[in-house]
Write a protein that binds this ligand. Structure first.
Ligand SMILES: Nc1ncnc2c1ncn2[C@@H]1O[C@H](COP(=O)(O)OP(=O)(O)OP(=O)(O)O)[C@@H](O)[C@H]1O
Length: 429
């Protein structure tokens, strides 16, 4: 993930390893209207060409080379897949790698439907914990804006999760590639994310690693759903009073503690209470959504510093500004929306249900197209990308990953970088 590969992992499910579905789960037909069908697989080009006119054209020679390389890689990965998996799915190409996973594009042999298969290494305890968190959540969720789990194959050293295949690219890729981006476009994207996150929170799930690269479009079409993905840090717990889970009257159990403590996530998106090592709730996701809204509207980060200690201090102080382009062109309502999410006091932060009803989201999504913010957003992202590339040499893994996330892709929390809890506390005093 970006520059750093190590992260503090969230706690494993106290129930131990989740029971996984080993037989085919009937694929829900709920989104028949927007199946990807013949949408082409997203080309993994860089965000920026030399001009502002969009991605650089790719020569057919280079395309052939890339396709050949993809095929070769797929062939080598295919060999490592369990025969029971390859008997049902034809492995087509490697999509990317995570800390404990490989994601491939695959085709169901009988139906020819495309899927993503996430192969998770579970031999080591850390990988097992991440896999358990991810599956525990994915087995519960069912929402148009959350990636859907289709089926799971479990083996002693590896678990294969068959997922909906998202071919539309990451949120920011689309912002950049459109050539035109308005507040209306931003609210449409945020509405979908808020709907997905609201569903998670109502189920008692806190995602804990919301960031633009974990928001994927289902297909490249303009009408695509946006999906919340990557549940490796997610957990049950942190539910706010009034959510469906708390309304059921269930008592907080071992697995469903009402406040969370583990420090995990990606530094630039971490809420102050996480950095302060206070017990926290799903409001941390709403802070992250405030950061995401800021980025989507400006191409810059509200909290940013090469020095992590200074970064954490800035976050804990809740210090950010709406200075520089394109902020003078952005509506006050949009700024109000962000300001109500980037609130240091988690209890005063908007919930997902409140945020989706914020006047900016409601009126702008229904309104006419507004000013084009695209040029400033692209410029800011490009500046970040060039700064980032000089301070974050790519790791071996990064080569396999989409280069598209370069500008805002952030390294995950690294314990060795962490402020001592007392250090952070002294900031707030
Ligand atoms: N269902 C999916 N459809 C399409 N692409 C996917 C899907 N799930 C994951 N990916 C892509 O596969 C790559 C690897 O994802 P994965 O979740 O394994 O790791 P990660 O989240 O990037 O890293 P980490 O495990 O360190 O958090 C990412 O680029 C991600 O966008």
């Amino acid at each position: 993930m970006g520059c750093g590969n190590s992260k503090v992992l969230p706690e494993a499910s106290k129930k131990g390893y989740v029971s996984v579905v080993q037989s085919l789960v009937v694929f829900s037909k709920r989104h028949e209207g927007d199946e990807p069908k013949k949408h082409k697989e997203k080309r993994r080009g860089p965000w920026f060409s030399n001009s502002d006119d969009g991605p650089r054209p790719t020569s057919s020679g280079r395309q052939q080379f890339t396709q050949r390389r993809e095929r070769d890689k797929a062939a080598s990965y295919k060999d490592t897949f369990e025969p029971r998996v390859t008997a049902r799915y034809d492995i087509k190409a490697l999509i990317g790698r995570g800390s404990f996973s490989r994601v491939v594009r695959a085709e169901h042999r009988a139906t020819r439907q495309p899927f993503a298969i996430k192969m998770m290494e579970v031999a080591a305890p850390r990988g097992r914990e991440v896999c358990a968190s991810e599956l525990a959540v994915l087995q519960r969720v069912n929402h148009a804006n959350v990636i859907q789990l289709i089926e799971v194959f479990q083996f002693p050293r590896r678990v294969y999760a068959v997922l909906e295949l998202a071919t539309g690219g990451e949120l920011l890729d689309r912002v950049v590639s459109r050539g035109h981006f308005t507040e209306r476009d931003a609210t449409r994207a945020l509405q979908m994310v808020l709907a997905g996150v609201g569903h998670l929170h109502n189920l008692g799930v806190t995602h804990r690693d919301l960031k633009p690269e974990n928001l994927l479009y289902y297909h490249p079409g303009a009408d695509s759903r946006l999906l919340v993905t990557d549940f490796g840090s997610a957990t049950f717990g942190g539910t706010l009073a009034g959510s469906e889970v708390s309304k059921t009257g269930e008592q907080p159990g071992e697995d469903r503690s009402w406040s969370l403590r583990t420090t995990c996530g990606t530094p630039e998106y971490m809420a102050p209470e996480v950095l302060l090592r206070k017990p926290y709730t799903c409001a941390v996701d709403m802070w992250a959504l405030g950061v995401i809204a800021y980025i989507v509207l400006s191409g810059s980060m509200p909290f940013e510093d090469d020095n992590r200690t200074r970064l954490y201090k800035t976050i804990v102080r809740g210090k950010y500004s709406f200075h520089g382009n394109p902020w003078p062109s952005v509506s006050n309502l949009a700024k109000d929306f962000i300001a109500r999410l980037l609130v240091s006091d988690p209890a005063a932060r908007l919930t997902a249900d409140q945020a989706i009803r914020h006047p900016w989201v409601v009126t702008m999504a229904a309104g006419a197209s507004m000013r084009n913010l695209h040029r400033s957003i692209s410029q800011n992202l490009r500046q970040r990308a060039s700064r980032g590339s000089s301070r974050c040499p790519s790791s071996g893994d990064a080569k396999e990953k989409k280069p598209t996330a370069a500008a805002v892709k952030q390294s995950s929390w690294n314990e060795s970088d962490a402020l001592k809890p007392e250090g952070i506390r002294s900031i707030s005093n």
